[in-house]
Design a protein around this ligand. Structure first.
Ligand code: PLP
Length: 434
C-alpha cells in the first residue's frame, strides 16, 4: 500500500513529497504514508503502527492527538476557521509566550508577532534586524537551518545536508552574498567576520542549540559570546528557537541555559513547532524598540492572511497551557532512557559513535569523538545510518529518515513505547556494524 501510494503521489507531487526529507532519499526504501497518530504512535496506510521518534519534527511535545488539544481545535474550528481579523485568543497566546520566555530570560521580552511557519519567523527577523540597524549583511553558521528563505539556505543543514546540496539553485548571487556563513562554535571566525566587514553586519542568526545537522550543542558560553559580540558591534542577535523553544524546557533553550546563570540577551527570538501544537503557527518575539519597527507602527513590512489563525492559536494555547514541569520531566526522562539505550546497543555492537545532547534533544553521530561543527558532522560514517534506520523501522520504530536530524520524544512515550524502542535497538546496532 505505501508503495502504491508513493508511486501515485510522485505523479502529481514533485518527488511524491511536500518536504524533501520525507522522501527517504538518504535512507532508501519507501516512505510510510501515515493515516493517523495517537500518543507515541503513528499508523501507516498498511495498518502498521510505529513508535514515533519524529514527533512531526518537534511539535508533538505532548504526544499525538492529545485529547485536550484536539478538543480545543474542534471548538475553535466550529466557531470559524479563519477571520483575517484580530481575535482575543491571539493576545492570550502572545502574553503566554512572553510570560514563559521572560520568566526564563535575563531581560524580559516585550512583544511578539504571530506568523504561520518558522521560515516566516526567521525571514521577518532578518528583515527587522536590517531595518533596525540600516545594515545588510547577516552572519549564519554552517549546518544551521532557519527555514527556506533565499538568504538563509547556504550550508543549511537538515534537508540540504541530507541531499548533500551546498545550497539551493534559484537564489540570486547578490542575495547569497549578503549572508556570511561561518563555522559554528568558532569564536575567532566570528571576530574575523566583524573585522572584515566593520559596521556592515545587521545580525547574527543562530539556532539556540543546533539540531538540524544532528544535535550539536553550543560550547559553554558560546551564545553569550555571540550576544556580547553582536552588541559590541551594533548588530542584533537573533536566537532561533523554532526547534528548541518550549521543547527543551518551559522557556526554551534560552531559559535552559540562563538557569545555569550563563546570562545573555538575544534581541529577537523566533519560535515555531511546539508553539503551534501541531498546527501552522510560529512567532517572533523581542524588545519593544525592535519589534515595534514592524508595520503598522514602523517601516518594516510583514503580513499574513492566516497569521494568528484562530484554530492554530487554539492548538498553541492548549499545548502551552498543558506543557508544565511534569511534561518536561517526562520528556527528559524518556529521552535520557532512549539515548542511553542507543548508546549501550551501539557500544556492544562495536559501532564507533557519539550520542550528542542538547537538553532532551539528542542524536547519534557515527564518529568516535564529539562533533562540534558542520565539517565534523559531515565527516562521520553516515553510511551506517540507513541499515540502522531500516532495522528500527522493521521493528516498529520510526526514526527521522536522515542522520542529520534530532530524535524527538514526547510526554506520551510511556513504558510500553520505551520498551519497544529498547527491544529494537540491539539488532539495529548490529545492522549498523556491518
Ligand atoms: N528554524 C529552525 C531552527 C528549524 O528547525 C526550522 C524547521 O525545522 C525552521 C526554522 C523552519 O521552520 P518551518 O519548517 O516551520 O518553516
Amino acid at each position: 500500500m505505501n508503495r502504491e501510494l508513493f508511486d501515485r503521489a510522485r505523479l502529481s507531487i514533485p518527488g511524491g513529497v511536500n518536504s524533501p526529507v520525507r522522501a527517504y532519499g538518504s535512507v532508501g526504501g519507501t516512505p510510510r504514508f501515515l493515516v493517523s497518530a495517537k500518543g507515541p504512535l503513528v499508523f501507516d496506510a498498511d495498518g502498521r503502527d510505529y513508535v514515533d521518534l519524529v514527533c512531526s519534527w518537534g511539535p508533538a511535545l505532548l504526544g499525538h492527538a492529545h485529547p485536550s488539544v484536539v478538543a480545543a481545535v474542534q471548538e475553535a474550528a466550529a466557531r470559524g476557521l479563519s477571520f483575517g481579523a484580530s481575535t482575543p485568543a491571539e493576545t492570550e497566546l502572545a502574553e503566554l509566550i512572553l510570560r514563559r520566555v521572560s520568566a526564563g530570560g535575563v531581560e524580559p521580552l516585550d512583544r511578539v508577532r504571530l506568523v504561520s511557519t518558522g521560515t516566516e519567523a526567521t525571514m521577518t527577523a532578518i528583515r527587522l534586524a536590517r531595518g533596525f540597524t540600516g545594515r545588510d549583511l547577516v552572519v549564519k553558521f554552517a549546518g544551521h537551518y532557519h527555514g527556506h528563505s533565499d538568504g538563509l539556505l547556504a550550508e543549511a543543514g537538515s534537508g540540504i545536508a541530507t541531499l548533500a546540496m551546498p545550497g539551493s539553485a534559484g537564489v540570486p548571487a547578490p542575495i547569497a552574498a549578503q549572508t556570511l556563513v561561518l563555522p559554528y562554535n568558532d569564536r575567532a571566525a566570528l571576530d574575523a567576520a566583524f573585522d572584515a566587514h566593520p559596521g556592515r553586519i545587521a545580525a547574527i542568526i543562530v539556532e539556540a542549540a543546533a539540531a538540524n545537522m544532528g544535535v550539536v550543542p553550543p560550547a559553554p558560553g558560546y551564545n553569550a559570546f555571540l550576544s556580547e559580540t553582536a552588541h559590541r558591534e551594533g548588530a542584533l542577535l537573533i536566537l532561533d528557537e523554532v526547534l528548541t523553544g518550549f521543547r527543551v524546557g518551559p522557556a526554551g533553550w534560552w531559559g535552559f541555559e540562563n538557569s545555569d546563570e550563563v546570562g545573555y540577551e538575544p534581541d529577537i527570538v523566533t519560535f515555531g513547532k511546539v508553539v503551534g501544537g501541531g498546527m501552522p503557527l510560529a512567532a517572533l518575539a523581542g524588545r519593544a524598540d525592535v519589534l515595534d519597527m514592524l508595520a503598522p507602527l514602523g517601516p518594516v513590512y510583514q503580513a499574513g492572511t492566516l497569521s494568528g489563525n484562530p484554530v492554530a492559536v487554539a492548538a498553541g494555547l492548549a499545548t502551552l497551557r498543558l506543557a508544565d514541569d511534569a511534561v518536561y520531566a517526562a520528556v527528559d526522562t524518556a529521552a535520557a532512557r532512549v539515548a542511553a539505550a542507543a548508546d549501550a546497543a551501539l557500544t556492544s555492537a562495536g559501532v564507533p559513535h557519539t550520542v550528542q545532547h542538547a537538553g532532551s534533544l539528542f542524536s547519534v553521530v557515527f564518529s568516535p569523538s564529539p562533533a562540534s561543527d558542520y565539517d565534523e558532522v559531515r565527516a562521520q560514517e553516515s553510511w551506517r545510518y540507513p541499515p540502522f534506520f531500516h532495522a528500527m523501522l522493521d521493528a516498529g520504530v520510526s526514526l527521522p529518515p536522515s542522520v542529520f536530524e534530532a530524535w524527538f520524544l514526547s510526554a506520551a512515550h510511556d513504558e510500553a513505547a520505551l520498551e519497544r524502542i529498547e527491544a529494537a535497538l540491539p539488532a539495529a546496532a548490529r545492522a549498523a556494524a556491518e
